[in-house]
Design a protein around this ligand. Sequence first.
Ligand SMILES: C[S@@+](CC[C@H](N)C(=O)[O-])C[C@H]1O[C@@H](n2cnc3c(N)ncnc32)[C@H](O)[C@@H]1O
Length: 383
Amino acid sequence: MIEERQMDVTVKCLAGCEEVLEQEMLSLGATSTQVGNRVVHAKADMEWVCRANLCLRSALRVIIPFRSFRAKTPEVLYHKCKKVRWEDIFGVDQTFAVDATVHSQYFSHSMYAAYKLKDAIVDQFRLRFDKRPNVDTQNPDYRFHLHIQEEQCTLSLDTSGRSLHLRGYKVRQGEAPLSEVLAASILLISDWEPGMPLLNPMCGSGTFLTEAALIALNRPPQVNTDFGFRRWNDFDPALWDRALEYARDRMVDRDVRIRGFDQDRKVLNAAIMNIDAAGLGEFIHIEKQDFFAWQPNMRDGHVFINPPYDERLKENDIEQMYQQIGDTLKQYYAGNTVWILTGNRAAAKRIGLRTSMKKPLWNGPIECRLLKFEMYRGSKSND
Ligand SMILES: C[S@@+](CC[C@H](N)C(=O)[O-])C[C@H]1O[C@@H](n2cnc3c(N)ncnc32)[C@H](O)[C@@H]1O
C-alpha cells in the first residue's frame, strides 16, 4: 500500500481551519485539493504523507481512504467490511484499533458502527486463520477509520495513529490549556508573520508561544514522531528519511521576537517546561506580569490573548474583566494588532472596541470567537 504513487488522502482539521490547512497541504506539494467540512482531500504520495504528519500544523490526522461502499443497515455494513482482505493489510499477530464518525439517518451511534467494523475484521481473521488479532486502543500497529455519511461508507487507514495535537512537548498542562492545533491554526489564520514582534499576555502553559516559535523557525511541530504508519509492514524508512531531510532543509535561523507573560507563577513554570521540551527556551522570553498593570512598549506587533472564559477558569466578574481588557488595550497597546480567542461572547461585547474580523472556532467543546482588533492611535470604540 505504500509505494510512491499518487493516491487520495484526507486530512482532518478543526472546524473553520480548512482554508489554512489547504494552504499548508499545497505548500507541502499536495495537488487537487478539495475543501470539505473539517477535512481537506487531496492527491499525494506516501512520501508526502510522511512529510504531512511531520510538518502540518493545522492537521489533526492524515488518513488514506481505501474502500468505499453503501450500507443502510448494520448487517450490510458488517458484510461489506468483511469483504475487505484484511490479511493483505496486517497480520494476525499485530494489533489494531478502529474508530468511526457517523452523520447518517441510518446509523445513529458511531461506537456501534465501529463495533461492526471490529467484528468484521476479527471474524474474517478467525475464519481464515482460526486466530484473531488483538485490539489495542492506545498504541495499535494499525488504526482504521470508518466514516459514514448517510449511506456512503468509507474505510481509511489512519497514518497518524494518534491525534496530531499531541505534539510531544506538552509535559505540563495549565488548567484551561489550548489545543496545539488550534493555537497553530490561529497563528496561520492571522496576518502575523515570522519576524514581526509577537506578545502573548495570559500565556498559560505557553501553547501560542511554542507554536509561534516553531512557525517562526520553520521547525516541524511534532517533537514526538512515533506516527502510526511507522509501525506498518510496508513502512519504507527511506521515505521517512527523505521527509526528515525535507523538514531539516527548510528550518531557518532568524531573530525571533516572541514574548509572553502570565500572572500565575505555577502556570508559568509549566510554560517554561513545555517550551524547553520543544527546544525553544532561547527563543521565547516569558515573565510574571499582571496584564492590567503592565505596559508592553511594543509597536507594529501582534498580540494574541486567550483570556479566561469563566468556564474552566472562574473569574469574580467576567464581564468587568473583559471591559478592563478593552480599557488596557486602548491605554497601552495602540499601534498593534490584537487577536482575542474567547468562548464567552457576552463578556466579549464588554471589550468595547470595534472588531475588524470575527471568526467562529471551537476550543474542544466550547464554541469560541476569534476577534481581531486593529489598535490605531485613539482606537474607535463600539459605543
Ligand atoms: C484560558 S488561560 C490561557 C491558556 C493558554 N492559552 C494555554 O495554552 O495554556 C487564561 C490565563 O490567563 C491568566 N490570567 C488571568 N488574569 C490575568 C492577568 N490579569 N494578568 C496575566 N495573566 C492573567 C491565567 O493565569 C491563565 O493562565
